[in-house]
Design a protein around this ligand. Structure first.
Ligand SMILES: [Zn+2]
Length: 100
């Protein structure tokens, strides 16, 4: 029986570019420059005024000054947004980004 291969966290972080990831997850956010960007409306609280939520398009880190959620990379974002365990987030990212 063939087991499906799930890449480890380092492979995911090396392969999934934060800028592309956040363009996909936050289609309405005006993501352009390097580093910290305005992430548009925060997906973690009932946000109606852009300006609180920021994402880092180089490291994948994210933070919200309003609801105080924060994380260090795209894996943490996926876990928080989709309520996934760490292994499930790895699996979801590898599926979504064609790595498995
Ligand atoms: Zn928030």
């Amino acid at each position: 029986m063939k087991r499906k291969y799930t890449p480890d966290a380092d492979t995911i972080k090396r392969t999934v570019a934060p800028l592309e990831f956040y363009r996909h997850e936050l289609p309405n956010a005006p993501l352009k420059k390097h580093g910290w960007n305005n992430g548009g409306l925060c997906p973690f609280h009932a946000d109606n005024a852009p300006g609180s939520f920021h994402v880092n398009t180089e490291t994948g880190a994210y933070k919200c000054f309003s609801c105080r959620i924060k994380g260090g990379d795209v894996i943490a974002f996926s876990m928080a947004l989709h309520s996934l365990s760490f292994p499930d987030a790895l699996k979801q990212l590898s599926d979504d980004w064609g790595l498995s």
